[in-house]
Design a protein around this ligand. Structure first.
Ligand code: PAF
Length: 271
């Protein structure tokens, strides 16, 4: 892969990378289209990265279908699908990790303490292997975007990070590979997250600025769903993930995570 991206560069082509863990859905495909629009050659990586899963998480049952993913990625304009085996990314003697230590701490970092270390490690490796000019990530994983952007800046990777908007199903559910885990009844309750965020955004549009009011309303709304257990609801700075007491338009984001029975979902809105 490194050789191939070297050849593309020697031909004067710009490279776009869309890192994924596969199980591609329309949200991923919108990222591929965005990379297609911004660069000459689009690489989609498909790698279920073991280092970003906690010991009791869904690594082994994470959906894998490389043939379907390759067809979908090609259909959306990818030139290359890079799907390395685990032993190639993490050989037996592997011992180097990249960890961002501020943006990665709160929210997801608080309940999944080793998650972002795995993400930054694999993304740094993917950057070195594919040498992209542009890497496209989805706003759905807003903290991941912020952590990767900080790592890119701190480690001087010559990569421009592009963030593409969250795609939603017709009923408002943010697209996610993990939505496949939801039963019909769970899916109906999973809508709570997007609804609560949309409600809070409506409050902001009507003039509400106070974090405690927004968080209280969202928590109240989510409590009405029997299967939903809130992990966090927070108003944060969308770059640093630091908590904010008041909305600052253009800078703030509401982020939420919840269990719907045993399925862990996240969502957010920028304000
Ligand atoms: O968002 C994902 O699918 C993953 O966290 C990523 C960025 C591909 C790294 O494994």
């Amino acid at each position: 892969m490194q050789k191939l991206s070297g050849t593309l560069r020697a031909q004067g082509k710009t490279i776009g990378l869309v890192p994924t863990m596969g199980a591609l859905h329309d949200g991923h495909l919108s990222l591929v289209r965005r990379a297609r629009a911004e660069t000459d050659a689009v690489i989609v990586s498909v790698f279920v990265n073991p280092t970003q899963f906690g010991p009791n998480e869904d690594f082994t049952r994470y959906p894998r279908d490389i043939d379907a993913d390759t067809a979908l990625a090609a259909g959306a304009g990818a030139d290359i699908v890079f799907a390395p085996p685990v032993e190639e990314m993490y050989p037996k003697n592997y011992s180097t990790y990249v960890s961002e230590e501020a943006v990665a701490r709160p929210l997801e970092g608080a309940s999944r303490p080793t998650h972002f270390r795995g993400v930054t490690t694999v993304v740094a490796k993917l950057f070195n292997i594919t040498r992209p000019d542009v890497a496209v990530f989805g706003q759905k994983d807003a903290q991941q975007v912020a952590v990767v952007a900080k790592m890119t800046e701190d480690l001087n990777f010559p990569v421009r990070i592009v963030v593409a908007p969250t795609l939603r199903e017709a009923d408002g559910l943010a697209m996610s590979s993990r939505n496949r885990y939801l039963s019909g009844a769970q899916r109906a309750e999973a809508l709570a997250l997007g609804r609560a965020l949309a409600f809070a955004k409506g409050m902001v549009e009507k003039g509400e600025r106070r974090s405690d009011r927004l968080v209280a309303e969202m928590t109240h709304l989510l409590a009405q769903y029997r299967r939903v257990r809130v992990i966090y609801v927070a108003l944060v700075d969308r770059r640093t993930m630091e908590p904010m007491r008041e909305v600052e338009p253009g800078r703030s984001m509401l982020a939420a995570a919840a269990w719907v029975d045993e399925v862990r979902l996240i969502d957010n809105v920028t304000l």
